[in-house]
Design a protein around this ligand. Structure first.
Ligand code: ADP
Ligand code: MG
Length: 642
């Protein structure tokens, strides 16, 4: 951590802890306590929403599960505080898994509906299971004792504050680890995640379970904080509010979560009376105007972009002075502000301020900058295997899409240690072949064996881990992640650390993390991208993106590397460089299948070339043989004559 950050954190934590010393009004202490509790939940929700990009409308339900676990344990069994907190985390995580395992088979609106149904079911169960939950009557409990001393309102505030700081540290560590990278990667490109050995389904569920754990912790703290829980608290409105808080505050940001929590707790209170509303709306208008002026000055925003937000917030301020009472307007204004923020600040408040003031995200891994640069050795850790023999054989592969046979009875046999070209006119089935080999499609018929094992029917991540890496014809990088992080996702398989290792930074985790960072830097250096390690992948020039994809694929330590048109869109000097990379990769003992349109590239490098046309293999041989083949000439002339 940078010294300025450390100092800022210490000041913030001190302010948080000293708050109830300076301000003794129990109302304000309780208000801040509620914000902190919501923030803990939102840290977790942000993992699901911000990082993995899934929707959850089930988090109020999970919050309720946490609250009731604590409530029941305390009232029925007299469980002490720490037991109740840990049990709530555990029980809610289990509920999270129960929700996630079936729900995450679907996405988008379906996922929203399933999670919503879950929330409703939880509420009904709490209502009906009177023997356990007290039904609609709810559960009343008091502030817990800790180490034999009964906590008062202020002391419990400190418990919550400590939990907030602990949650912050743990979430932060998770998100910076290989786990966090997996979550972020599956949002960036699910297909590439799977092909890097990071199972999308498994990590979505994992994210949900971790997220549920935080919801459980928040729920149990809430039960103690309110001293009364009832089924009605965990309703649809709350779940939507949570989601809005993450989006408004700014996804992928802990500050955003805290800000979001503050907004959903404070805004309704601030709209309680018209006096307060005037302060808020004028404050807001000034803030928006200041950000707009600075942003426009720095060239980060245009006047046109900012016109509506500025006019809108001024109009809101004007409205506040026109109104005499709030009673009839409260809900509508709350709704309008929410809509406004969600519509205009799609990256949330934090994202907007960051963009307007041109603040870069923190570097993902500060140690990486000092990592020693490993040279060409970074390319492969896999032991060099003997050349000769077949690494991959495909027999009679048929891939049918409706009536179209994208691959029709194709045989392929790839010799170990060679560069095998796969060519053919557009639409001849080359990319489909790669998708079949990497488990993205299951072939309609046929057999494929890689290094002696069948590939058909296995998942992409499983196949990737067994040693097949690939790049994509239309580049599939994890756009919001840096170049370094992209390669680190490829190194996911080098980690054995679990959640606990990550949370407490065990020596094992630190060792694995350092090794992965060093190796990733080495790979970036190999493809000439070391200088751009901390640049977001989506900001790299197209040619560099293609090289980054190759570096990421190499991180898997593959025996077989599939390159789908790696030279497409590259300039002539870049292509030359690419050829030398591919040769080096082969020299490291990695077998390469190369799909390419640039005939000179194919002809100068490939040991064997197979030619596809309309899904069928029409020729095979060395470069000269294939080039002279009449069927090949005809396919190309026929296919491109127009
Ligand atoms: P190439 O990479 O050789 O240009 P492709 O393998 O991408 O060709 O495509 C081969 C044929 O299969 C094309 O006609 C394409 O439209 C079709 N195809 C590929 N993927 C699908 C799919 N998922 N659904 C339907 N048709 C597909
Ligand atoms: Mg293609």
């Amino acid at each position: 951590m940078k010294r300025s950050h450390l100092l800022l954190s210490i000041v913030a934590i001190a302010a948080l802890l000293l708050f109830p010393v300076g301000i003794t009004n129990a109302y304000y202490i309780h208000l801040l306590e509620t914000i902190m509790i919501y923030a803990i939940l939102l840290f977790g929700l942000d993992i699901v929403v911000g990082y993995t990009g899934q929707v959850s409308l089930g988090h109020a339900g999970l919050f309720g599960v946490g609250a009731y676990t604590a409530g029941v344990l305390v009232t029925k069994l007299g469980a002490p505080l720490l037991v109740a907190l840990i049990a709530s985390i555990g029980v809610t995580a289990v509920f999270g898994a129960i929700l996630a395992l079936p729900a995450l088979r679907v996405t988008g609106p379906y996922l929203a509906m399933v999670t919503l149904a879950f929330g409703t079911i939880v509420q009904i169960l709490i209502n009906e299971m009177t023997f356990l939950t007290g039904g609609p009557m709810g559960i009343t409990l008091s502030k817990p004792p800790l180490f034999g001393h009964k906590l008062d309102e202020r002391e419990f505030y400190w418990v919550v504050a400590v939990m907030l700081v602990l949650s912050l540290i743990v979430v932060h560590r998770i998100l910076r680890s290989h786990l966090g990278r997996a979550f972020e990667a599956l949002r960036g490109s699910p297909v590439a995640s799977d092909c890097m050995g990071v199972s999308v389904y498994r990590y979505k569920v994992y994210a949900f379970v971790i997220s549920a754990g935080f919801a459980g912790l928040a729920g149990s703290l809430y039960a103690y904080s309110e001293q009364y829980i009832s089924p009605n608290s965990y309703n649809f409105e709350l779940t939507v509010l949570f989601l809005l808080a993450v989006i408004m505050g700014g996804r992928k940001s802990r500050i955003g979560s805290m800000l979001g929590a503050a907004i959903i707790v404070l805004l309704p209170k601030l709209l309680d009376d018209v006096e307060m509303f005037r302060y808020v709306s004028v404050g807001l208008a000034v803030l928006v105007a200041v950000v707009a002026v600075i942003g426009i000055q720095r060239g980060r925003l245009t006047a046109k972009q900012m016109a509506i937000p500025v006019v809108g917030s001024i109009a809101l301020a004007a409205l506040s002075f026109w109104l005499k009472t709030m009673t009839d307007w409260r809900l509508s204004i709350f709704g309008v502000i929410m809509l406004f923020v969600v519509y205009y600040l799609q990256d949330g408040i934090v994202g907007f301020v960051r963009n307007a003031l041109n603040i870069k995200r923190q570097k993902p891994d500060a140690q990486a900058a000092n990592a020693p640069l490993v040279g060409g050795d970074a390319v492969s850790n896999a032991a060099r295997t003997d050349t000769g023999g077949e690494i991959l054989t495909a027999k009679g592969v048929l891939m049918q899409f409706g009536g179209l046979k994208a691959l029709n009875n194709v045989d392929l046999s790839i010799k170990r240690g060679t560069i095998h070209g796969l060519i053919g006119p557009n639409g001849s089935g080359k990319s489909t072949m790669m998708n079949v080999l990497t488990g993205i499609y299951v072939p309609t018929a046929g057999a494929i064996s890689f290094a002696g094992n069948s590939v058909v029917g296995r998942t992409s991540s499983d196949i990737a881990l067994s040693g097949i890496a690939r790049t994509f014809q239309n580049v599939q990088l994890f756009g919001e992640m840096t170049a370094l992080q992209n390669v680190q996702v490829g190194l996911h398989h080098t980690f054995d650390s679990n959640l606990l290792d990550v949370a407490v930074h065990t020596p094992r985790y630190l060792r694995e993390s350092k090794a992965a960072t060093d190796r990733a830097m080495g790979l970036l250096q190999f493809v000439g991208l070391a200088d751009l390690a901390f640049e977001e992948a989506r900001n790299l020039p197209y040619g560099k993106q293609r090289l980054l994809e190759i570096a990421r694929a190499l991180a898997l330590d593959p025996q077989l590397l599939l390159l789908d048109e790696p030279a497409a869109g590259l300039t002539a000097p870049d292509i030359k460089e690419l050829i030398s990379f591919i040769r080096k990769i082969r020299d490291h003992g990695i077998t390469v299948i190369l799909i390419e349109h640039h005939m000179d590239v194919v002809m100068s490098m490939c040991d064997t070339v197979s030619v596809l046309d309309f899904g069928q293999k029409i020729a095979e041989g060395n470069a000269a043989q294939v080039q002279a083949d009449e069927k090949v000439i005809e396919a190309y002339l026929g296919g491109t004559a127009a």
